[in-house]
Design a protein around this ligand. Structure first.
Ligand code: ATP
Ligand code: HMH
Length: 291
């Protein structure tokens, strides 16, 4: 007997809205056991990013090896990495025993919500050449898609689809581009997968802006992928019906989006700061709320 087991390889984010902290809360809220390999340390408050410190590559490698050599992972999320050296080391660690990481979900974090770069230009280029080919699922926002492809920001759903297909051609079977930044009454995310393309529409939440929605979404996708792997292991796929079919990823992404939407709604009237509003977090622990 073992729970769904998930690793996040990502940066520490001091105020807990994004990064490793948000990943571990999300994994927990969705019933997975979370392990972590920290890639960098950021000093962040709701007012913005104060500093970004990528860790030495061997420190990152040592954590990944310790976890991947001993734990039976169902899925791995790769998030913020900070430097080209760390990107290359993560890619080398994954290539060394690719079968130990389960399904790999890549969320190529580039820029924080306040506009601070979270990775060097060389690091961003290395994500494109070394990590995209290793990912099964790519989950990213429109700005990240444009940066990875060296194209302008998409201004329509057709352009989002073109970019998603171009990214799919670099390796990952499934590409989700989130459309939080495309104006409109609904928020539209675009999912390209081996079965075709799906547009996922949701009502736009118009209250206070949140930070960490993208991080939480990719963490939720990773946790749900791991749950499916665990159901498969114990022979209970039949009991969860549709989620055990070839539509897995569409179902998983739809449920992860619902999780992020309710986590966002639920934190709308949170006041966590001493003054000033800044960007607030989502409530990652929404599933534990008994009211
Ligand atoms: N105003 C909104 N209302 C409802 N859902 C939203 C809104 N903004 C974003 N989302 C959803 O949140 C998820 C993350 O999307 P977004 O494009 O904002 O990512 P991001 O820019 O990486 O987020 P962040 O910087 O907050 O981590 C997507 O599923 C998107 O549809
Ligand atoms: C460490 C880290 N990861 C991800 C994000 C996403 O915004 C952030 N701000 N910081």
């Amino acid at each position: 007997m073992r729970p769904p087991l998930v690793l996040t390889i990502a940066g520490s984010e001091s105020d807990g809205a994004a990064g490793v902290q948000a990943d571990l809360k999300t994994f927990t809220a969705l019933g997975s056991y979370g392990a972590s390999a920290v890639t960098m340390v950021t000093s962040v408050s709701p007012r913005g990013v104060r500093s970004v410190h990528p860790l030495p590559r061997e420190v990152v490698r040592s954590q990944i090896d310790a976890v991947a050599e001993d734990l039976l992972l169902d899925a791995t999320k790769i998030g913020s990495l900070g430097s080209a050296a760390v990107v290359e080391e993560v890619a080398a660690a994954v290539r060394a025993h690719r079968d130990r990481f389960g399904v790999i979900v890549l969320d190529p974090v580039m820029v924080s919500a306040d506009g601070t770069a979270l990775i060097s230009a060389e690091g961003a280029a290395a994500v494109g050449t070394s990590l995209l080919p290793l990912a099964d699922v790519l989950s990213l926002n429109m700005a990240e898609a444009a940066q990875l492809l060296g194209r302008p920001l998409a201004t329509s759903i057709d352009e989002m689809r073109d970019q998603a297909l171009a990214l799919q051609a670099t390796g990952p079977d499934t590409v989700l581009i989130t459309g939080g930044r495309l104006p409109g009454e609904d928020v539209v995310d675009l999912l390209v997968h081996p079965g075709g393309t799906d547009l996922l529409r949701a009502e736009r939440i118009t209250g206070r802006r949140v930070r960490g929605a993208g991080t939480t979404l990719s963490a939720a996708i990773t946790a749900q992928v791991a749950r499916i792997a665990e159901f498969d292991r114990v022979g209970e796929l039949d009991e969860i019906g549709e989620a055990g079919t070839a539509d897995d990823l569409v179902t998983i992404v739809a449920s992860a989006r619902e999780f992020v939407a309710s986590a966002t709604e639920n934190a709308q009237d949170w006041r966590l700061t001493r003054g000033g509003d800044g960007y607030g977090p989502v409530n990652h622990l929404i599933t534990l709320d008994k009211d």
